[in-house]
Write a protein that binds this ligand. Structure first.
Ligand SMILES: [Zn+2]
Ligand SMILES: [Zn+2]
Length: 102
């Protein structure tokens, strides 16, 4: 993967710019990649940013470009996803069970 056309964002530290990919069919394709700063606010908390739908970003650890589909706006930020999971695990078993217990 050619990273020469990518530059590091000073705000979030992610690489952005023009990714040059070796596509299996079209051989060389240039894909604009954006960093998380260009994302949209989390629909739940509105504080953190999530990936902008229909965009691509470069994932440095794996060296690959990831695509966020149009349904990306349904996503929530990592903090909201984590809190949603903890809420679920601490919920009472069910309303039915509470009624039977009395
Ligand atoms: Zn950035
Ligand atoms: Zn959030």
């Amino acid at each position: 993967m050619d990273q020469r056309r990518l530059r590091r964002c000073t705000r979030c530290g992610e690489l952005k710019g023009q990714a040059v990919l070796n596509d299996r069919y079209e051989r060389i394709v240039r894909v604009p990649v954006i960093c998380i700063c260009k994302g949209i606010p989390c629909p739940q908390c509105g504080k953190r940013l999530i990936r902008r739908p229909i965009s691509d970003e470069y994932d440095e650890p794996t060296g690959t470009v990831w695509h966020t589909p149009w349904s990306g706006y349904l996503m929530r930020c990592t903090a909201c996803r984590a809190s949603a999971d903890s809420v679920r695990s601490t919920r009472p078993i069910s309303d039915d069970a509470a009624g039977v217990a009395v």
